[in-house]
Every structure is written in C-alpha cells, then in structure tokens.
Design a protein around this ligand. Structure first.
Ligand code: ATP
Ligand code: MG
Length: 217
C-alpha cells in the first residue's frame, strides 16, 4: 500500500492493539515502538505519514468524531455508548470478541421491582431493560462492576463476559445475553471524503484480511 496522504489511526492498548497488529501488518504498517513498554501516546510507524495514537478504549470514537484521528478501532460496546455521531462504521473486524451479559448472584431474579443495575454501559443496559418493559434503576460505574452485587450497591450488573472467569471468581454468573460484541473499524465522515483513496484502500485490505480469517475458522 502507498501512503502519501497523512493517516492517523486511533487505537487502545491491550487486546485491541494486539489483535489489530496483524491487520495493520496486512496493510504493510508496522509500529516502530511497543505501546505496552513505551509511554508515548503517538507511535510512529514504518510509514512516515502513518501514525497510531494510543488512547483509552472509550475515547477512540471521540477522537475520530472530531477528526483528531482519521480512523479508529473500537468495541461495539463503546460505539453503542458513544452513539456514532460523525462516524462511519463500515467493517466488523471480528477481534476482541465477547458477549454483553446481565450477570448476578446465582438464582438472582431478573424481573423484580425496581431492580438496581450497576454498569459502565448505561445506554446498552437501559435499552435492554426498556425493550423487555422492565423498569430498572441504572447505577453508572467506571469499572470493577463485579463488586457491586457483593456489597449491596446493585442487584445485577451488565458487563462484558469472555470466559466468565472474573464473574465466577466473585461468585457471580451470567444470567441473560444482551449482545455479541466485537471491534469495528470507524472512519471520520469528513476524512472519508477528503482522504478517500487511502482510506478506501486500507478498508479493502482489512476487509479481505477479515474475510480470509473467517474462511479459516
Ligand atoms: P480500561 O480497561 O482501560 O478501563 P476498557 O475495559 O474499555 O478500558 P479493554 O479492557 O482494553 O478496555 O477493552 C477494550 C475493548 O475490548 C472493549 O471495549 C470491548 O469491546 C473489548 N473487551 C473488553 N473486555 C473483553 C473481554 N473480556 N473479552 C474480549 N473483549 C473484551
Ligand atoms: Mg478492561
């Protein structure tokens, strides 16, 4: 791939970064530093015009919405909470896969009066219970949701579950499925017009890469 137009890509550290590396490699992009060991927030790559910006997962849609990055990779969970203004979401990358679930102590009721739900995912949780006609009180947390039912802050939580190990370690179990979650490519709407050829080529490479992986599965 030829890069002459500057392209800034927003990513978060950890699983998204790790699982994005092979996709970047398919497009011929290699970061010059490892974000897990470097403290730099802007990572240069083997292409002088391609930069990676390393930010909190929940901030990725915001950077792309405001064109501080042209494109980004964000979980569907984060995109639902953000709302998607100013963004295109053209491709499911099928990475960082997990499920959004209602969880709680074994035997907990899912339809009591005024259930209290602790979660980071306020919008997804509200939509889920509203769609069932279930009135709930949502308590916004920023992490460690598993603690809430243990100390009487909430009856249930809404959280992401991969193996269920974290829930189990805290005496909780998944009770109800809400959504399958994976990471998506997001594109700033103006950048899609102004930098169309480079972004469209990048998108095509990612799409081919995702399709060949799903064929292998
Ligand atoms: P932080 O851990 O910094 O508070 P975060 O939890 O949003 O932020 P990550 O844990 O790196 O950041 O998660 C990033 C994305 O990866 C999430 O938005 C979600 O889409 C996905 N994800 C989160 N937890 C899991 C999991 N257990 N298994 C698979 N994917 C997950
Ligand atoms: Mg996390």
């Amino acid at each position: 791939m030829q890069f002459t137009t500057p392209l800034r890509i927003a990513l978060s550290k950890g699983r998204i970064f790790e699982q994005t590396l092979p996709l970047l490699a398919a497009a011929g992009i290699t970061p010059l530093e490892d974000p897990e060991s470097s403290r730099k927030l802007i990572l240069e790559t083997n292409h002088p015009t391609v930069q990676l910006v390393m930010i909190r997962a929940t901030d990725v849609p915001t950077y792309v919405q405001w064109a501080a990055a042209d494109i980004g990779i964000a979980g569907k969970d984060v995109l639902v909470e953000h709302g998607g203004a100013g963004l295109y979401e053209p491709l499911d990358l099928a990475i960082a896969r997990c499920r959004m679930m209602v969880a709680g102590p074994p035997g907990a009721s899912l339809n009591g009066e005024r259930l209290r739900i602790a979660t980071k995912y306020v919008r997804a949780a509200s939509d889920h219970f509203a769609s069932k006609g279930q009135q709930v009180e949502i308590i916004k947390l920023y992490g460690s949701m598993e603690l809430a039912p243990l100390v009487g802050l909430a009856d249930l939580i809404v959280d992401l579950v991969e193996s269920g190990g974290t829930l189990k370690a805290n005496g909780l179990i998944p009770l109800e499925w809400i959504a399958d979650i994976s990471s998506r490519l997001i594109i700033n709407k103006a950048a899609w017009k102004i930098k169309h050829s480079v972004i469209a080529e990048f998108l095509a490479i990612l799409r081919a890469s995702v399709e060949s992986r799903s064929a292998e599965r």
